[in-house]
Design a protein around this ligand. Structure first.
Ligand code: ZN
Length: 325
């Protein structure tokens, strides 16, 4: 049987980037607070989406369908969809929100107001307006693909500790726990395309998907390369800088030994400082004694070499399909 989930959700690339940034900046660095907030917010979003994926694992409706998890489209319009359900009758766009506490969706102007358990109040752009904008953008993409289909946009609340106390009349908001059953019972409009056409549409949408490349992060946050700690960090305790002895890295803290921990450090360089690294930069960043060691490390098939001799730089494939914006 053909694959029904035609794209699976992956851990967001920028999450690893922000974690590396937090790890390599001094604990009391003024940007640590903003970085921690970014990590929390990305984690919350990803956690909510994963929860919906889990709750949908037994999804088995009476109609034919395809699912795309985390679709980023970049054509003349840019937008991202948490989960897209494609059927022969319509598209259902599931926008997942993980914002805890009491939630009030207001209008004139539209906004989402959150009251946390601590009593703290916070306001956000209205997710209901956000999905309307995404729907409008998706409609223009569908038109360009000659596939005009109705689009439904229920908003999905990821956890039961998110309590909606006010919403505009007519707004469709589902809990993640009820989403599967709502979709099973969904009153499908008449079929607009064949199964074959549906599969082609899924592939066409995937071919337009390109993920936004958020790297390198340091300059984007006004952090200079000099503020980023050098060295190879222990993959287990994450803190201590590892020492190199006889082609092996050893952690002075937990005594872990590793022969390839340097690759993670170079990946972090690429996420934080520059998209590529030279042998001299590698020697300096990994605190190596000899340039020849850096050259040997960079001979790994993980790196793509560009340029000759002294100008040679090494690129690491971070994640397939991410693009510069
Ligand atoms: Zn360690």
């Amino acid at each position: 049987m053909a694959e029904i989930i035609i794209k699976n959700r992956k851990r967001p690339a920028k999450l690893a980037g922000y974690e590396a940034l937090a790890k390599r900046l001094p604990i009391n660095h003024p940007k640590q607070e903003v970085i921690a907030e970014r990590i929390n917010s990305i984690n919350a979003g990803f956690g909510g989406e994963k929860r919906l994926d889990h709750l949908m694992r037994h999804f088995n409706p009476h109609y034919q369908y395809l699912i795309i998890q985390d679709l980023s489209i970049s054509t003349n319009v840019d937008f991202q969809i948490d989960t897209l359900l494609i059927t022969q009758s319509c598209l259902i766009l599931l926008e997942v929100k993980n914002i805890s506490g009491l939630l009030r969706f207001t209008e004139n102007p539209s906004a989402l107001h959150q009251t946390k358990a601590s009593g703290e109040e916070k306001s956000y752009q209205s997710p209901l307006v956000q999905v309307e904008v995404i729907k409008w953008k998706l409609e223009s993409v569908l038109k360009s693909l000659n596939a005009v289909l109705p689009i439904h946009t229920p908003l999905v609340i990821a956890y039961p500790n998110q309590i909606v106390v006010e919403k505009p009349p007519g707004a469709v908001i589902w809990s993640a726990d009820e989403t599967m059953i709502r979709l099973h019972n969904f009153e499908m409009p008449p079929e607009k395309m064949s199964q074959e056409k549906m599969r082609i549409l899924g592939q066409q949408l995937l071919s337009l998907s390109l993920e936004y490349n958020p790297f390198p992060l340091a300059a984007k946050h006004g952090i200079s390369a000099g503020e980023i700690a050098k060295g190879v960090f222990c993959p287990t305790c994450k803190k201590a800088e590892m020492e190199r002895c006889k082609r092996t890295w050893q952690c002075p803290g937990c005594k872990l030994k590793s022969t390839d921990a340097h690759h993670e450090a170079i990946r972090e360089w690429c996420m934080l400082i520059k998209p590529s690294i030279s042998a001299a930069e590698c020697k300096d960043f990994l605190s190596l004694e000899h340039l020849s060691t850096a050259r040997n490390i960079l001979k790994s098939p993980l790196y793509k070499r560009v340029g000759n001799n002294k100008m040679r730089r090494y690129y690491r494939e971070m994640q397939a399909g991410i693009h510069e914006k």
